[in-house]
Write a protein that binds this ligand. Structure first.
Ligand code: CA
Length: 226
């Protein structure tokens, strides 16, 4: 594995938390680079091209939302947010920042390591999958190995988790899936989130992919694609 593939940039101004994450992530085999403010973090992301960024929201210069926005302007590196308040979760999910996951403080360092590993695993294409290009409706194509969604031939930019959700729907076309099934299938059984997470991501998919997407709400159950 190349060095960049196991490099994690931790942007967190609380040295206790940063050192704790550093220790646990190193134990898990990652190379960890710390930044104690947003701008320094952006520099590290730019120079080191890490596999993942762990990002605190409350930072001394620019906040984590702004850091994420600037990272996203030039990179699709997965971002795991650290949040301290419920209000921040709504912003993470609602602002199309392209965050891949979040963990609320206080958290266990083991949970962070598990999340980091899960996010990086999701990014690995499964070369054995023969059914990797799925046509949805008349105009949509989901290319699972390339991690690309196309609408009328045009690629549509999706956050990591949005693509994962779309791919899961595509693999199960025509089947009504409950929110719990979607959480288990996309976020994993160890995810602590709730149904709202699914709803927010479905909303994002509809918004980004347009009204032609045959993604139906199945009342009392969940959602069905196709
Ligand atoms: Ca902070």
């Amino acid at each position: 594995m190349a060095e960049a593939d196991r490099t994690v940039v931790v942007i967190e101004d609380d040295p206790n938390i940063a050192d704790l994450l550093d220790m646990y992530l190193r134990d898990a085999g990652f190379r960890v680079l710390q930044a104690d403010c947003g701008l320094r973090g952006l520099d590290l992301v730019e120079q080191q091209r890490p596999a993942l960024v762990v990002l605190d929201i409350g930072l001394p210069d620019i906040d984590g939302f702004e850091v994420c926005r600037r990272v996203r302007a030039r990179s699709s590196v997965p971002v795991l947010f650290l949040t301290a308040r419920d209000g921040e979760i709504d912003r993470i999910l609602g602002l199309e920042l392209g965050a891949d996951d979040y963990v609320t403080k206080p958290f266990s360092p083991r949970e962070i390591v598990a999340r980091v590993k899960a996010i990086l695993r999701r990014g690995q294409p499964d070369a054995r999958d023969d059914h990797n290009v799925v046509h949805v409706g008349e105009t949509y194509v989901v290319d699972i190995n390339r991690r690309e969604a196309r609408h009328g031939g045009e690629a549509v930019a999706l956050a990591t988790r949005e693509f994962d959700l779309l791919a899961h729907f595509a693999r199960n076309q025509g089947i009504a899936l409950s929110r719990q099934q979607l959480l288990d299938g996309v976020w994993g059984a160890d995810w602590f989130g709730d149904d709202r997470t699914v709803d927010v991501h479905v909303r994002q998919l509809r918004k980004k992919l347009g009204d032609d997407l045959p993604l139906a709400t199945v009342w009392g159950v969940g959602y069905r694609l196709g």
